[in-house]
Design a protein around this ligand. Structure first.
Ligand SMILES: C[S@@+](CC[C@H](N)C(=O)[O-])C[C@H]1O[C@@H](n2cnc3c(N)ncnc32)[C@H](O)[C@@H]1O
Length: 274
């Protein structure tokens, strides 16, 4: 896919998803973010970069870990995400959190500035993940740590049918290689090929719990990576796509109406040599 198109789909898609994101995803992504933060071992006073920060679910946890003597800069390609994060920082009174809109493959930040670079559930969306890892390494101090988390293998993620369901109705252009980094040793190999050392990774299985069919549908369509394509659907197409998605997750439905959808994440930590 054309990288410029992929970036545009991401930027404007997440602009649309931003308002729904926390409602549908904060609980479901928490295990992956916790694993990544555990591997990152943030210390008071550290300066942290959070790439593809979204609404700040990881950013604020990082800010708490580094304390008032540290600082966290969140960056994201979506204006709406960055604006939300800035507003939350103001509301929470977190002066050590700042946010800037920028592409993960082109960080407009000085070399050797950060102790730690984080990227939770972002790497799969970048046209060239290796390039973004090189950018993170560039802005890290020598010996600095990089910690990332991505979705695991496609076969372990019960919601994976969302992509072909949307693609059959509109050219969605959403990351044809979405699950690639979660397969086998792909994440480790990407980090090593980009120049990271001491790579260590951990895989976890989780359950994405949704209290109702409406919630499961909202998370998959309006609150996630296909939001831009979905916004172009008319009512009839929406209804048909919802029905097809619900059929694809039917086996995860419970008698009380909720859904327990299996998911898998992989997180890794690495170092910049020096
Ligand atoms: C699933 S959200 C993850 C947000 C946050 N890290 C979290 O854990 O909740 C993915 C984020 O990646 C961002 N993104 C996608 N492509 C990007 C790119 N090329 N550069 C920077 N951010 C990007 C999206 O705008 C979106 O906010």
């Amino acid at each position: 896919m054309d990288p410029r198109l992929q970036r545009r789909v991401q930027r404007y898609g997440w602009d649309k998803a931003a308002a729904y994101y926390e409602q549908y995803w904060s609980r479901q992504l928490e295990p992956a973010q916790t694993l990544m933060l555990r591997l990152a071992r943030l210390q008071p006073g550290e300066r942290v970069l959070d790439v593809a920060c979204g609404t700040g679910l990881v950013t604020f946890r990082a800010a708490e870990a580094v304390g008032p003597g540290g600082a966290v800069v969140g960056t994201d390609i979506s204006d709406s995400m960055v604006t939300r994060l800035r507003e939350s920082a103001r509301e929470r009174g977190a002066p050590n959190v700042t946010a800037k809109r920028m592409d993960a493959e082109d960080l407009r930040l000085p070399d050797a500035r950060f102790d730690v670079a984080l990227c939770a559930l972002g790497l799969m969306y970048f046209p060239d993940p290796q390039k973004s890892v090189r950018e993170m390494l560039r802005v890290l101090k020598p010996g600095g740590r990089l910690a990332v988390a991505v979705w695991g293998a496609r076969s372990k993620c019960g919601w994976a049918e969302i992509f072909p369901i949307v693609d059959r109705r509109v050219e969605s252009e959403v990351c044809p290689l979405f699950f690639q980094l979660g397969t086998g040793e792909a994440l480790r190999l990407t980090l090593e090929a980009a120049g990271c050392t001491d790579v260590m990774s951990e895989r976890i299985s989780t359950t994405l719990r949704y209290e109702s069919a409406d919630d499961a549908v909202g998370a998959a369509f309006a609150g996630g990576p296909v939001a831009l394509a979905y916004s172009r659907f008319g009512d009839q197409v929406r209804d048909a796509a919802h029905a097809e998605y619900l059929a694809s997750i039917e086996t995860f439905g419970k008698p009380d109406g909720r859904y327990d959808i299996p998911g898998e994440f992989i997180a890794a930590v690495a170092r910049k040599s020096g």
